[in-house]
Structure formats: C-alpha cells, structure tokens
Design a protein around this ligand. Structure first.
Ligand SMILES: *Cc1c(COP(=O)(O)O)cnc(C)c1O
Length: 363
C-alpha cells in the first residue's frame, strides 16, 4: 500500500520498443543491455525481464548487481563492468556464469592464481584515451598472452570505452583509430566491444559492425537520446514517467515569494502548486526556476527551491488545477534531458538517482 501518490511509472513495452530501435541502428553485431544501477533506476528485474528476449547479453556494474540480474531470472551472458574486487568473486563468477572485465594487473593475477571448475569468458579492457580503467595499448598483448595461457580463461572479448561519445570531440576519432589498430594487430581475443549508446550514434565513432562486435547500450534502452550529435529523441519512448500529486495550492500577490530562501517571487498575482516530490526522492535540488514540469496537459515551470519532500510550480493561468492532480516531472512529455540541463547535470544522473522511497509502478 502506498499512501503517497508519488511514483515512477515504468513501461516495459517502452524498453522493448527502444531495444528494437537500437537493434535496427546496429548494422550487425550483438547487443549488450546495460542494467547496472538498478536498471538505470527503472528496477533491475523489470528492466532485465523486458530486455531478455531482445538482447544477446547484459551488463552489471559489480558482483552484487550481477547477482540481482541472475535473481531476476536472466541466464544469458552477463558481464561485470568493473570486474572482480577479490579472488573469492571468481568462484561466484563460475557458479553464476558471469564474465568479469579484467582491467588491471591485480584482476589478471586473481585469474591466473584461481582454481576454477569452469573456465570463464573475460572482457579485457584497454585504455584508448579515457584514462579511467584499462591496460595501455603497450600492455595489451602481454595481458592477452597471459589470459590465453591460463586454464581459467575460455575466451576474451577486447573492449574499450569512449570518453566523449556524446559530443563532438577530437578524441573520438583518435580512440576509434587506436581501437581499430589494436584489434587489427592484437592476437588472442575472439570478440570486441567499443560502442556505448552515444558511440553507436556518433558518426565519428561508428564502423560497420560485424558478428564479433558487441554494442554496450544503456541510456538508449530506457528511451533517452544520449547524443547531442543526432536528433533521434522522437523515435524513442522514455520508459520512466516520474509523477507526483499536487498537495496544496496558494494564491500569491505580486511581490510575495515562495519556499526556502524565498527563491521565487510573483511578478503578478499568481497561483503556486505544491507537489509531493523533493530532493529526497531524487529530484535535483539544483533545478532552477522555470525547470519544466507538466500538469493538466500543460507545461509549467518550477517556482522556488526544491525542498526535501516537496517542490513548487507556477500554475498561474492553468485552468482547473486541483489537489490530487498528477504532475509529470519527467517522462514522455517532459524531456529528462531538459530537466537535467536545468540542474546542470545529465539524464543518466537523474534516472539513476530516483530514490528508494519512490515506488516503481509498472504500467
Ligand atoms: C554504463 C556503461 C555503458 C552504457 O553507457 P550508456 O551511455 O548508458 O549507453 C557502456 N559501457 C560501459 C563500460 C559502461 O560503464
């Protein structure tokens, strides 16, 4: 039972629509559905269950998340993007058929020294310019040789990650060139993976995908265009609709202000609605006045500072707004990318930040 109407509506059919869309964008290759961070905030089980028939594998961030994906019933290929933090985790990888990323010397040693019942498929991460995780291009062949000679390794996918896929940046072409050169010259791997959602869409990082290529897609599957390079948002269906009710209405005289710090003042007689959604629910406190929301089918703007459990919107001139009306904070009608821009952040951050006290309701 939920007494508060505040909720995140999650649409499995939207996730499936988006997965099919991503598949159509791929000229070939295999699709790895990224369900880390509780399925980007949508709930790992609903996300994994929606994606299961449409992807060739899935990816979690770390062991706990991978086990949650298994608990949801998924039994296909499952990659752990940060790899293992201890040798004990390799036993779990065997038990649950998980593919860890190997991005550093320590993780390679765990593999070399393990006594495993079944050899594992591993993903070797090379650093092509992001400098966050991965082996340098000089170290890559040696690492591959060591993996190849380990009885604990069944096969290797060569991977790298883009630092600027969502923008136009000179490093995109550099990273692509280095990865292609590496995949041409290195021996001892069977598959490769370079593209995230934005990388798939960015002309500077694309190539004709073949059977050996895995695309690692997250944000696109949840219906949000990660790219500033292409305009594809209208073809996607946002899978989360964040909704909260109006719980109070106030008439303000010209010059009166609302909320903490009196952050918004009426420049004419106004009506302000208080909505049961605050930063403790994951709505960004940094959101500025005018950040869009929707009530009664009309776009309105945030008025005043977001507080812990509530926010206020200017509904002046909107007919018939009543206590109990649903307000969409983001979703099919209010672009989460716009809300993110108004809060100086990105849509990945907002989706994954919806807190545990907001019920996920499937629609
Ligand atoms: C999260 C993640 C992805 C998915 O990124 P999107 O931008 O959401 O498509 C791909 N690869 C790695 C290594 C990741 O950590």
């Amino acid at each position: 039972m939920h007494y508060r109407q505040t909720r995140a509506e999650i649409s499995s059919s939207a996730i499936q629509h988006n997965a099919k869309w991503v598949r159509r964008k791929m000229t070939g290759g295999r699709l790895l559905g990224v369900v880390k961070a509780d399925g980007y905030g949508h709930g790992v089980a609903p996300a994994a269950q929606a994606l299961e028939p449409l992807v060739d594998g899935m990816a979690a961030g770390f062991m706990e998340e991978a086990l949650a994906v298994r608990e949801s019933g998924y039994s296909g290929p499952l990659v752990i993007l940060e790899g293992c933090f201890s040798s004990a985790e390799l036993t779990l990888c065997c038990e649950h058929q998980l593919s860890p990323v190997v991005h550093c010397e320590q993780q390679l040693q765990y593999i070399e020294q393990a006594h495993l019942n079944v050899p594992l498929w591993v993903w070797l991460k090379v650093d092509t310019g992001m400098h966050r995780l991965g082996w340098s291009h000089e170290q890559a062949q040696q690492a591959l040789n060591r993996l190849q000679s380990s009885k604990n390794v069944a096969g290797v996918t060569l991977m790298s990650h883009l630092a600027n896929a969502d923008a136009q940046h000179r490093l995109n072409a550099d990273q692509k060139q280095l990865f292609c050169q590496l995949s041409d010259t290195l021996n001892g791997y069977q598959a490769r993976s370079f593209h995230n959602s934005a990388g798939l869409l960015n002309p500077d990082t694309q190539w004709p995908l073949n059977d050996n290529d895995w695309v690692r897609s997250g944000l696109l599957l949840y219906g949000i265009n990660p790219s500033t390079v292409t305009e594809v948002q209208s073809q996607l269906q946002p899978a989360m609709r964040l909704v909260a009710p109006v719980i109070a209405l106030h008439q303000l005289e010209k010059g009166e202000s609302v909320g903490y710090g009196s952050g918004w003042s009426a420049d004419k007689p106004s009506v302000v609605a208080t909505v049961a959604m605050g930063y403790a629910d994951g709505y960004p406190r940094q959101a500025i006045n005018g950040t869009p929301a929707m009530v009664r089918g009309q776009q309105v703007g945030l008025a005043g500072r977001v507080s812990m459990d509530m926010l206020t919107i200017d509904v002046t001139g909107i007919d018939n707004v009543q206590i109990g009306d649903d307000v969409e904070l983001w979703g099919p009608n209010i672009d989460v990318r716009q809300v993110a821009a108004c809060a100086d952040t990105i849509s990945w951050h907002l989706l994954t930040g919806v807190s545990g006290r907001v019920p996920r309701v499937s629609v």
